[in-house]
Design a protein around this ligand. Structure first.
Ligand code: IPE
Ligand code: IPE
Ligand code: MG
Length: 240
């Protein structure tokens, strides 16, 4: 079976999962963190090389302050609690997004995790926090403009390949499979450039219920796709 090398996930539906059980949204987010932990383990065992998860979007700041605080606290505690076992399992952790708005404590936790796992070469786990696809494109454009102004980059030399190197995900291959749980069929300002040729998989299952079996279903679905990248299907291609 063809296993996607890079899987990018929008982990959505924590709030609805909690609501359905008469629990506060916080309980949904905690269950979501447990599901994320389990999926990282399944991804490793399945042979996925890169897993990118969307934990907090540029737009999520617009939620009530208490929920934002809860999410960021949970995020910091989860990194600190899981770091040891991630490292023992050869996982390289990195974060993409605009981290300047986070507390000093959270920024430190992220740096510690990145530094400690930097040389690992097992699963690449990328966590998108305070991330937005538009932010990433604009940031890349700004960096390129800066390099042009400093004479390090020739504007005529800006190609797709050059632009690609300024993206937050430049250190990993583009996602092969995109998964969104929670029933919505939208990108919600997650990766934009990077998803240009990803296979898009949507499931109604809420994130806290997304287990190993659900991941395998998504991988099965992926394995049945024919990725043509604009070419003709293999069988129809003439002269082969
Ligand atoms: C996803 O679950 C977690 C984050 C966006 C941080 P939601 O909190 O969006 O859950 P629903 O969509 O309200 O069910
Ligand atoms: C997307 O989910 C962001 C994350 C999962 C981190 P949202 O719940 O914020 O997306 P919308 O609001 O339904 O588009
Ligand atoms: Mg949601």
């Amino acid at each position: 079976m063809t296993v996607p090398e890079h899987v990018a996930v929008i982990m959505d539906g924590n709030g609805r999962w909690a609501n359905a059980r008469g629990l506060p949204r916080a309980a949904g987010h905690r269950a979501g963190a447990r599901a994320a932990r389990a999926i990282v383990e399944s991804a490793r065992e399945t042979g996925i090389r890169v897993l990118t998860v969307f934990a907090f979007s540029s737009e999520n700041w617009q939620r009530p302050r208490a929920e934002v605080r809860l999410l960021l606290d949970l995020f910091r505690r989860t990194i600190q609690r899981e770091l040891g076992s991630l490292h023992d399992n050869n996982v390289r952790l990195s974060f993409i997004g605009e981290r300047d708005h986070f507390s000093a404590g959270l920024q430190r936790a992220m740096e510690t995790a990145e530094t400690r796992t930097r040389d690992n070469d097992g699963l690449d786990l990328v966590v998108a926090v305070d991330f937005g696809g538009r932010w990433d494109v604009v940031r890349a454009a700004r960096e390129m403009a800066r390099d042009c102004a400093a004479g390090r980059l020739d504007p005529d030399g800006i190609t797709e390949a050059v632009f690609g190197r300024y993206r937050s995900l430049a250190h990993v291959r583009e996602p092969d499979l995109f998964i969104r749980t929670g029933g919505e069929r939208r990108i919600s300002n997650f990766l934009l450039w990077d998803l240009a040729y990803s296979e898009l998989y949507f499931t109604d299952r809420l994130w806290p219920d997304f287990d190993r079996e659900a991941l395998e279903e998504a991988i099965d679905w992926y394995a049945r796709r024919e990725r043509r990248f604009g070419r003709l299907p293999e069988a129809a291609a003439p002269g082969r």
